[in-house]
Design a protein around this ligand. Structure first.
Ligand SMILES: *Cc1c(COP(=O)(O)O)cnc(C)c1O
Length: 422
């Protein structure tokens, strides 16, 4: 096993390697900053879920928002995953990557009429409906199109996932899902609407969960509701328990997929419903890293700064959630003396940091890797400060593939116009 949270990262003769590929060589070939992913790591993460679910009526819907590169989606499709999407754009990506519409579930609180039409036209597997108003809109649009929309209600089980407030989604105070007590009424209503076919129930209580207990508690509440619905003649075919399993960024010890799923599978034994899951972070987070080069070392009175060529526009999580990403020198055993550094980017914001107070032994021009950056890295990136977004590379054994070209500056103002005349 690797000493790093990225399982296929290890030391080679010329510094760190992901699988069999040298990060120094990748930086030379593709430049920096670049996101680098390991095919083996994402496949192993998927297989851990798949083997835990073997023998059960179960389905994995990869949460596209974690990392939506077409190559990533294509690999998950080939491994057998369906997809959890939150926009029409993500649906287009899934289809462009070779995913099947019939294996897509559509979550999100703000689905537009156009997105509903797009998804109905494509024939997705299920809409996870998050409000009464959305239910009515979807029923009307489906009826207009002469289609029937398969639906699940996303129910808010009001359990505390004990994670960061920005990524907890299952509390009554969150914007997500319909209140638990409202669900019965909405299911009864849905069952009467001709444009809808009641298919399942969904919940998603939060992200970066390190304890299986809150999800099991949510499952108990959901199963109770499913049984009450069945008693009224509203039978559900699938129960979607969302995503949320956490990963190791620093010293967390998340349960394995098998340990996380065990209490859930126990609750499903003897039941006929399909169990659906929507993992994102735990499938791709530790398969990826962000490769960046040190531009300057800047000693300060109170703090030393390592100014790197990646910034908060490339990796927003530290600035957004104060998230921790391990930072490692790509070529260990440098000539300098170890120092503590603030790792910061070139963006004109004091909040533009990637890591605080890290001991590194590095020189200007050297490469750093920000680990555990495969999920919510590239997908949350922006062009702030007119910075082209990073390249993305997939490593596969001894080979590597450029899976997204680095953006060009001209791409960034394509579509903009100056006023025609005075
Ligand atoms: C974000 C999200 C997921 C994935 O969450 P992870 O923590 O990345 O596993 C799954 N389902 C829904 C509805 C989401 O919003």
């Amino acid at each position: 096993m690797s000493a790093y949270p990225n399982p296929t990262l290890h030391e080679g003769p010329n510094g760190l390697e992901l699988e069999g590929v040298s990060l120094v060589a990748l930086a030379e070939r593709h430049g920096t900053p670049s996101y680098v992913y390991s095919r083996e790591a994402l496949s192993a993460a998927y297989r851990a879920y798949a083997s835990a679910l073997e023998g059960h009526r179960a389905r994995i819907f990869y949460a596209v928002k974690a990392n939506s590169n077409l190559a990533v989606l294509n690999l998950f499709a080939r491994l057998g995953a369906g997809f959890d999407i939150v926009s029409g754009g993500e649906l287009s990506r899934v289809l462009a990557a070779g995913g099947k519409a019939g294996e897509v579930v559509f979550s999100g609180v703000g689905k537009s009429a156009a997105e509903m039409r797009q998804a109905l036209e494509a024939g997705i597997r299920c809409f996870n409906v998050e409000s009464a108003a959305e239910l009515e809109r979807l029923a009307a649009i489906a009826a207009q199109m002469g289609k029937v929309a398969p639906i699940a209600l996303r129910v808010n089980p009001d359990v505390d996932p004990k994670t960061h407030p920005y990524i907890s989604t299952g509390l009554r105070s969150n914007k997500f899902g319909v209140a638990f007590d409202e669900a019965m009424t909405l299911y009864r209503r849905a069952a009467t609407l001709p444009g809808l076919e009641v298919s399942g129930i969904a919940c998603h209580i939060g992200s970066q969960l390190l304890d299986p207990a809150p999800v099991a508690e949510a499952a108990d509440k959901i199963l109770g509701l499913v049984d009450r619905l069945a008693a009224e003649g509203i039978a559900l075919d699938h129960i979607d328990l969302g995503g949320g399993l956490g990963i190791r960024y620093k010293d967390e010890t998340p349960p394995s997929p098998a340990a996380y799923l065990a209490p859930l599978l126990e609750r499903f034994s003897g039941r006929s419903e399909e169990i659906c899951l929507e993992p994102g972070r735990s499938l791709i987070g530790n398969a990826g890293l962000l490769l960046t080069r040190i531009e300057y070392l800047k000693p300060g009175v109170e703090k030393n700064f390592a100014v790197v060529d990646a910034a908060m526009n490339d990796l927003a999580r530290p600035a957004l959630y104060d998230a921790f990403h391990d930072v490692v020198a790509v070529c260990p055993g440098s000539r300098g003396t170890p120092q503590r550094y603030e790792i910061v980017g070139p963006i004109c914001e004091s909040g533009d940091f990637l890591a605080h107070d890290r001991e590194l032994n590095v020189a200007p021009g050297e490469l750093l890797a920000l680990l555990s950056a495969g999920a919510y890295g590239m997908t949350m990136s922006s062009n702030y400060n007119t910075r082209p977004r990073a390249a993305e590379v997939m490593v596969d054994g001894n080979r590597s593939w450029l899976i997204r070209e680095r953006e060009q500056v001209a791409d960034l103002y394509r579509g903009e116009q100056v006023l025609a005349a005075d």
